[in-house]
Write a protein that binds this ligand. Structure first.
Ligand code: AMP
Ligand code: GLY
Length: 432
C-alpha cells in the first residue's frame, strides 16, 4: 500500500472549495491543505486550512516544502501571474497550472487579442488604446453597441458592454483617467458579439488536452441579465448551446490552434485553459476571453458531475498527457446559485453571521463556500460572493429545483442572489 498523498490547493474561493472536495475523494489522497481556504474548507473531510495568502509565492513554497506536499493545484489567476508554477517547478515540486509566460493569455487582454489575430482564431474585431482622444474618436466612428475592456486583471469587473456611444466614452474616460488603477492604463475596444455564451474548459499539457464538461455562467448581478457584470452569479453544466457540432468546431477552431500557438511561441500551456465563448446563432464560436484557470462558479457544477478521479487526470497532465486519464461524467446536470453579500458587486457588507448552514441539504445538494470565515466559531461573510449552492438532477430543471430548495434554507443580513440561474437551458428543455 502506497503512502497517502498530501496535496495543496492554492486559493480560498468557491472554486478552491470544490477542487479540494473533489480531490479529497481520491482514494490515494490522505490530506488536502488549502492556502488560505475558507470556513467551508475548514470543515471539509480530509481538508486543513493553512494561513498563507494565495499570492505569497515564497510563503507557499516554504509551506509545500516544510509539509512535504506531493502535488499542488493552483486555483486563482493571481498566483499564476506571479509565477508560482515557475517557482515550484524550479524547486522540483509537482504543480498543476500554467507558467507565468503561459498565464499571460489571461493577464493581458491586449496580448490575447493580438495572439488570436496572429493565429487566425475567431474573436471580435478590436483596437487597443492608451490615448483617451483616439479611443473616444474610434468609439464615435464605430457606433454602439460596443464593448470597452480594461487591459489588466480586474476580477471580471473591467468590462463595460455599452449600449450607447456616451456610455462607452464614459467608460473610456474612467479607465484611461486612472479610475481603475493600473488595470485600466490600456483599454481594448471591441465589437459587440451577438449570441449565447458558453464556458469551455480543457485540461491541457502542451498540445495534448481533454475537455471538461461544458458550462454556462451568468455574469450580470440581477435576473434576466440586468445590472453590472460580476465575477459570476451562477452556472450550470452541461450547456445545451454546446451541441456536438459546436463542440467539434470549438476544438478545431479555438482550442487546438490556441494550444499550438502558445507552444509555438515558447509558452506551452499546462493547466486549465478556459475559453469564454460567444456562440453565434449559426453555431460559430468566437473567443470573448481566455482564463488560465478554472471558472468560478463554473467549477462547482462541473466538478459535481465528475465521476472519475480528478487527481489521476491532473497528474497525467503534469506527466505530459491528460488523455492518459480521461474524465468520466455523470449523466446528471448540475447547477450552482451564488449567494452574494449585501452591496456586491460594489462595496460589500462583511462579518454578517450566516444562518442555516447546518440544515440537512440531502444527497442532491452541496454548499460550497467562497467569501466566508470563522469568527468565534460562527461562520460569517468575508467576501462578495459568499456561497455557491449547488444541486444535481436528471435535467437542468431538476438540478435548479434542488439548488434553490437548498438556497431557501440559508440566510443572512443583506444576502442576495439571482432567482433565474439556468433559465436558457430550462426553456430549451421545456420546448422539447
Ligand atoms: P470578459 O471579462 O472579457 O469575459 O467580459 C465579461 C463579459 O462581458 C462577458 O462574459 C460577456 O458577457 C460580455 N462581453 C465581453 N465582450 C463582449 C463582446 N465582444 N460582445 C458581447 N458581450 C461581450
Ligand atoms: N465565471 C467566470 C470566470 O471565472 O472568469
Amino acid at each position: 500500500m502506497n503512502k497517502p498523498l498530501k496535496l495543496l490547493v492554492i486559493g480560498g474561493g468557491g472554486r478552491e472549495h470544490a477542487l479540494a472536495w473533489k480531490l479529497a475523494q481520491s482514494g490515494r489522497v490522505g490530506e488536502v491543505l488549502l492556502a488560505p481556504g475558507n470556513a467551508g474548507t475548514a470543515g471539509e473531510a480530509k481538508c486543513r486550512n493553512v494561513a498563507v495568502a494565495a499570492e505569497d509565492v515564497p510563503g507557499l513554497l516554504r509551506l509545500a516544502q516544510s509539509e512535504g506536499v506531493d502535488f499542488t493545484v493552483v486555483g486563482p489567476e493571481g498566483p499564476l501571474a506571479a509565477g508560482v508554477v515557475d517557482s515550484f517547478t524550479t524547486a522540483g515540486l509537482r504543480v498543476f497550472g500554467p507558467t507565468r509566460a503561459a498565464a499571460q493569455i489571461e493577464a493581458s487582454k491586449a496580448f490575447t487579442k493580438d495572439f488570436l489575430a496572429r493565429h487566425g482564431i475567431p474573436t471580435a474585431q478590436y483596437r487597443v488604446f492608451t490615448e483617451e482622444q483616439a479611443a473616444l474618436d474610434y468609439v464615435a466612428q464605430r457606433g454602439a453597441p460596443i464593448v470597452v475592456k480594461a487591459d489588466g486583471l480586474a476580477a471580471g469587473k473591467g468590462v463595460v458592454v455599452a449600449n450607447t456611444v456616451d456610455e462607452a466614452q464614459a467608460a473610456i474616460r474612467n479607465m484611461l483617467g486612472g479610475g481603475m488603477g493600473q488595470a485600466g492604463a490600456r483599454v481594448v475596444v471591441e465589437d459587440f458579439l451577438a449570441g449565447e455564451e458558453a464556458s469551455y474548459i480543457v485540461v491541457a499539457a502542451g498540445t495534448r488536452y481533454v475537455p471538461l464538461a461544458s458550462a454556462q455562467d451568468h455574469k450580470r448581478v440581477f435576473d434576466r441579465e440586468q445590472g453590472p457584470n460580476t465575477g459570476g452569479m451562477g452556472a450550470y453544466s452541461p450547456a445545451p448551446v454546446v451541441t456536438s457540432e459546436v463542440d467539434a468546431r470549438v476544438r478545431a477552431e479555438v482550442i487546438e490552434p490556441t494550444l499550438r500557438g502558445l507552444a509555438a511561441e515558447g509558452r506551452p500551456f499546462t493547466g486549465f485553459l478556459y475559453a469564454g465563448l460567444m456562440i453565434a446563432p449559426d453555431g460559430s464560436p468566437s473567443v470573448v476571453e481566455f482564463n488560465a484557470r478554472l471558472g468560478d462558479p463554473e467549477t462547482q457544477p462541473i466538478l459535481m458531475r465528475l465521476d472519475s478521479d480528478l487527481l489521476d487526470l491532473l497528474e497525467a497532465a503534469v506527466a505530459g498527457d491528460p488523455t492518459a486519464a480521461p474524465p468520466r461524467w455523470k449523466p446528471q446536470a448540475a447547477l450552482g446559485v451564488v449567494l452574494a453579500a449585501g452591496g456586491y458587486p460594489g462595496t460589500i457588507r462583511k462579518n454578517d453571521p450566516i444562518h442555516g448552514l447546518d440544515a440537512d441539504f440531502g444527497p442532491d445538494a452541496k454548499v460550497f463556500h467562497a467569501g466566508t470565515t470563522l469568527r468565534d466559531g460562527q461562520v460569517v461573510t468575508s467576501g462578495g460572493r459568499v456561497l455557491c449552492v449547488c444541486g444535481q438532477g436528471p435535467d437542468v430543471r431538476s438540478a435548479q429545483r434542488a439548488a434553490y430548495s437548498a438556497v431557501a434554507k440559508i440566510s443572512w443580513e443583506g444576502a442576495h442572489f439571482r432567482t433565474d440561474i439556468g433559465y436558457r437551458a430550462v426553456s430549451r428543455e421545456e420546448e422539447k
